[in-house]
Structures are given as C-alpha cells and as structure tokens.
Design a protein around this ligand. Structure first.
Ligand code: AMP
Ligand code: MG
Length: 349
C-alpha cells in the first residue's frame, strides 16, 4: 500500500479547510487508517464506528485484540453521542483538562461504536486532544476517531512523523506530518466509572493536578506491583522496548560508569540514558540525554526518541539513570520501567 505523507503547518489558520486535512479526513471517512500528531504522541486514527476501519489499526500495529483503543473527539456533543452517562467528576475534569492529555473511562452507549474499539468492554476510553491538527482532522471527518499510538506494538511510541514512517510505511494509508509532538508521553488514563476514580496509566496530566480538581483518586495497584493484573488491558503488555536490553540503575554516576566499563571490556557497545546535567560525566559508546532533571517535561518529551536512537545505533546494552517520580516524572518512570522489562540494578560507589 502506498502511504501518503502530508506536510501540514499546525500554526496556520483555518486548518479544517486545508486540502491536506480534507484529503486525510476523507480517507478516514472511507475507513482507511491515517496517522496524525496529537500533543502527546502520534496517533493512528480510524473511524471508531466501523469494524472494518478499526480492524486495520490492530493489523497495522500488530496490537493484541484484547487491548481497547482510546476514542478521540473534538466536541462535547460527540462525547454525549457515545457515552451512557457523564459522572459529575468527569465534567469537572473535562472543564479543567480538555482539550488535553487526560483520557476518561466512562460507560459506553450501546450501538454507537465498533465493539472492536472497546475490546468488548461496556466502557469506553475517551479524550479530546489538544492539538490543532488532531482537532481539525476529527472535525473535518465528522467522526469519533479511535487512535492508539502510531507505532508497531511493543516499540517506543512515535513523537515524530519519521518514527511513524519507520514503523508503518506501506501498512497505512497516510501520515499527517505536523512536526514533533510536545508532551512526549501518552495521556493519563482515569477510570471514572467508580466513585473514587482510579488512575490506570500515569501520563501527561499528573496525579496532583487531578486531585486538585476532584479530591481523592486512587492508583491501580498494578502500577506499583508488577505481578498484579492491571485494570487497563494494555498495561500488561511489554511496551516501549528498545532492541537492546535496557537496565535501570538505582545508584550514583560512578556505579553506573562501573557497569558501563565492565560491559565495554567484554567488547559490547554500551549506551547510557542520562539527564543533561550528567551527560558529560559518562564515558560510553553512546550517551543520550532526553532532558533535564530541572524540568522533567523535557525528559518526557525526549524519552521515546532517545529509545529509538539506540535502535538506530545498534547498541548492545543500555543503562539508564533513574528520574525523580514526581509530577510528569511518574509517567516517565512508568514508561522506563516497562521499556526495561522491570530490570533494575542497585548499588553505589
Ligand atoms: P494506547 O491506545 O496505546 O494509548 O493505550 C490506551 C490504554 O488505555 C491501554 O492501556 C488500554 O488498555 C487502556 N484502555 C482503553 N480503553 C479502556 C477501557 N475501556 N477500560 C480500561 N482501559 C482501557
Ligand atoms: Mg501505545
């Protein structure tokens, strides 16, 4: 299949009537699959009402069919069409964080969406993305758009159109290239079907931000205990993994350097994921810093590109510093721990 690429400047006025947006929206309407930028990562969009379209998303990504997709909307009217009821706390959160990186799980309205989108569940995950291209594409299509991250399942999510091309060229109808995404990690997923909402996946909106609006929320126990069954089906799968084995190092820089030296003396090409603050302190084959400890948003924004760079460099093994688990750092560490398959080495020198 030929994959069309449309270059679109997200800052131009009236995007909805832009020929590239109209063409890509028409493809969505014809049940084809199109990748587009959101403020978190690139999404792989399909008509959420159509089994035919949604099946193509699962096929292109190689995504397990029991892992439901997030439905993206551009207006509250679209939300009312697809959910049975909107809890009070959900209204408050939407007023504060939509459009934005917060996905809300609510009871779905029967008959409105493909059953494949929700993997047969009676709930649906919905969000309104805060990106002019995503919003105008959804509006132009007039459809709710199911969109998981536009990567091959298991690989790091795409934060640029190039990442999407690397994974999916020839497998999807098109890619709207709107430049690099901003947040860099996926949305926070919050289950609003219960009295005390539960965070199923940490993401772009932090725990503290949510509690400031609706009071107490819980976190799915599976986020801290690797053997517990997660409530979001997708959280049980290996994810975000680079090709080379990745180890998280809990300890000082001297200890991490010692691990690097040992592997280099075995003849391996060793990579290090560092903060910009420590970047020049390591001696390794490749040292990449996604961002700064002083602003963890920069680490989130650069994380997936860093993991993908190691794939291109053919590193044999990667050691990563830990980042503080506060604010967006919770999402960063959640992704890193998964990318490392929970492999952690602890020590100090
Ligand atoms: P992705 O599409 O890759 O950003 O992942 C979406 C995440 O939301 C996955 O972990 C899904 O399992 C989860 N999810 C989507 N819909 C639901 C739902 N109805 N109930 C619980 N988790 C969901
Ligand atoms: Mg994903």
């Amino acid at each position: 299949m030929e994959t069309k690429v449309w270059l679109v400047d997200k800052n131009v006025d009236n995007l909805q009537s832009y020929p590239q947006i109209i063409e890509s929206a028409e493809l969505l309407g014809a049940n084809q699959v199109v990748a587009f930028p959101t403020e978190t990562v690139y999404g792989l969009g399909a008509n959420a009402k159509s089994d035919e379209a949604v099946k193509k998303v699962f096929e292109a990504k190689g995504r397990p069919s029991d892992n439901p997709l997030i439905v993206h909307i551009a207006s509250k009217e679209q939300l009312i069409e697809i959910v049975e009821e909107i809890p009070k706390k959900a209204w408050k959160l939407m007023a504060e964080f939509w459009p934005g990186p917060l996905t809300l799980i609510m009871k779905r309205k029967p008959g409105q969406l493909s059953n494949i989108v929700t993997a047969g569940l009676d709930t649906v995950a919905v969000r309104m993305p805060n990106h002019p291209i995503a919003l105008s594409l959804i509006k132009a299509s007039g459809l709710p758009i199911a969109a998981p991250s536009a990567n091959t399942s298991g690989k790091p999510s795409p934060t640029s159109a190039k990442h999407v091309e690397d994974d999916l060229v020839g497998r999807i109808a098109g890619i709207v290239d709107g430049g690099v995404t901003g947040v860099g990690v996926e949305s926070t997923v919050l289950d609003c079907t219960v009295d005390v909402p539960v965070i199923l996946r940490p993401g772009g909106v932090t725990f503290e931000q949510i509690e400031a609006v609706i009071g107490t929320v819980k976190q799915d126990v599976a986020l801290k205990h690797k053997d517990a069954a997660p409530k979001a089906p997708g959280m049980k799968y290996t994810h975000y993994a680079p090709k080379a084995p990745l180890f998280l190092v809990k300890g000082n820089q001297a200890f991490l350097q010692k691990l690097v030296n040992e592997k280099r003396s075995d003849g391996l090409k060793v990579g290090v994921i560092s903060s910009t603050e420590h970047q020049h302190e390591y001696e390794a084959d490749y040292v990449i810093a996604p961002g700064s400890l002083a602003d963890l948003h920069t680490v989130a924004a650069g994380l997936y590109d860093t993991l993908r760079q190691f794939d291109a460099l053919d590193a044999d093994i990667i050691f990563s510093e830990m980042f503080p688990e506060s604010g967006i750092g919770v999402a960063v560490m959640n992704r890193l721990v998964k990318a490392a398959g929970h492999q952690t080495i602890e020590g100090d020198l």
